[in-house]
Design a binder for this molecule. Structure first.
Ligand code: ADP
Ligand code: TRP
Length: 321
């Protein structure tokens, strides 16, 4: 069983990305034959700054490895290291109705936000379908927002297989992460880089802890009991603390006698300690760029071998070979 997922290289990762996407992907390692790639071609639909693109791709590679991805248990590569994906995207485009792309929310949302539409942004789902189909993927773990792109992918497989034979492409299935709770941001809304309410995974100590100390709370006095429902501090603390520590904080909320400043300090410590091993692994990787290159190159070689096999099969089926 092949599991594949793509990571957007979109700048600094926050703890919502970690608990919502990175940790589940790393936890799923070993469950099947895992393919993970950095979607750098996709990033070009919205950025045309070469230095920023390079830096973001490098950053995601380092962060993903630092968070615990084990190269021995999966294939990790840059999307653009397998340019064959563009040929498959083209072949898929020839059977992709305009209406299918016009209905895609993610395209409509981006245009509504004022991002000027280019052809690549419109065709984004066809390239994403090619990412998936080029490796005969069976399972694709993604967030809820990507569900429609998986439906487009499945539609395209149906069309290709109807036209060119049942075994031309493998039908993939989405695995939508409904079990991961939304991580709240520092203002209580969903944590998102677009809301400016994020806590970074790998920020500097003082500014990151300061962000926590600025979380808005009610005006309960130190000695008062405090409401546990909808507490941002508790929701975040639960991600980092042991069960016992979390229960202790609940008790302290209910009994009164501890102020919000104290709770925030405990949260800041727990957050900082949680990522400590990953932080030191990240330092190692930053100081040893060859290690990162080696992982990505080895991944690209494996991925490309697999891609060539599938593309040869498709080329024959459609009459290009
Ligand atoms: P952002 O909302 O900051 O732009 P992205 O859309 O780039 O984040 O999300 C990348 C991945 O991280 C997606 O799989 C998404 O589901 C996950 N993710 C982002 N924010 C959260 C959150 N607050 N809670 C849980 N998962 C999240
Ligand atoms: N579009 C995905 C996102 O924004 C990233 C992505 C690109 C992807 N190609 C993919 C995810 C293929 C899964 C499979 O998060």
């Amino acid at each position: 069983m092949r599991i594949l997922t793509g990571l957007q290289p979109s700048g600094k990762l926050h703890i919502g990305n970690y608990f919502g996407a990175i940790k589940p992907a790393i936890d799923a390692q070993g469950e099947g034959d895992g393919y993970y790639f950095i979607a750098d071609y996709h990033a070009m639909t919205t950025t045309h700054d070469p230095a920023a693109l390079r830096e973001n791709v490098r950053g995601v590679a380092i962060d993903f490895l630092a968070c615990g991805f084990a190269p021995s248990k999966g294939v990790f590569f840059k999307q653009s290291a397998v340019p064959e994906v563009n040929e498959l995207a083209w072949i898929l485009s020839t059977v992709c109705p305009m209406g299918l792309l016009e209905r895609c929310h993610s395209y409509k949302d981006k245009v509504a936000k004022g991002i000027s539409a280019n052809h690549a942004l419109f065709a984004y789902p066809a390239l994403m379908a090619a990412d998936i189909l080029l490796y005969d993927s069976n399972i694709v773990p993604v967030g809820e927002d990507q569900k429609q792109h998986l439906e487009v992918t499945r539609d395209l497989v149906g069309k290709i297989n109807d036209l060119y034979g049942e075994n031309t492409l493998v039908m993939p299935e989405a695995r939508i992460r409904t079990d991961v709770a939304k991580v709240p941001g520092l203002d209580g809304e969903k944590m998102s880089k677009s809301y400016n309410n994020t806590l970074p995974i790998f920020g500097d100590e003082k500014p990151s802890k300061k962000l926590i100390m600025r979380i808005q709370t009610d005006s309960a006095a130190v000695e008062d009991p405090k409401p546990t429902e909808n507490s941002i501090i508790l929701a975040l603390y639960q991600l980092f603390a042991s069960g016992e520590e979390y229960q202790q904080m609940i008790t302290d909320y209910q009994n009164g006698g501890c102020g919000y400043g104290d709770f925030k300090k405990r949260l800041a410590e727990a957050y900082w300690d949680y990522f400590a091993p990953m932080r030191s692994r990240r330092e190692e990787l930053i100081n040893n760029p060859d290690e990162v290159d080696q992982v990505l190159n080895a991944g690209a070689n494996k991925a490309r071998k697999e891609a060539t096999k599938v593309l040869d099969r498709v080329r024959k089926a459609v009459g290009l070979a």
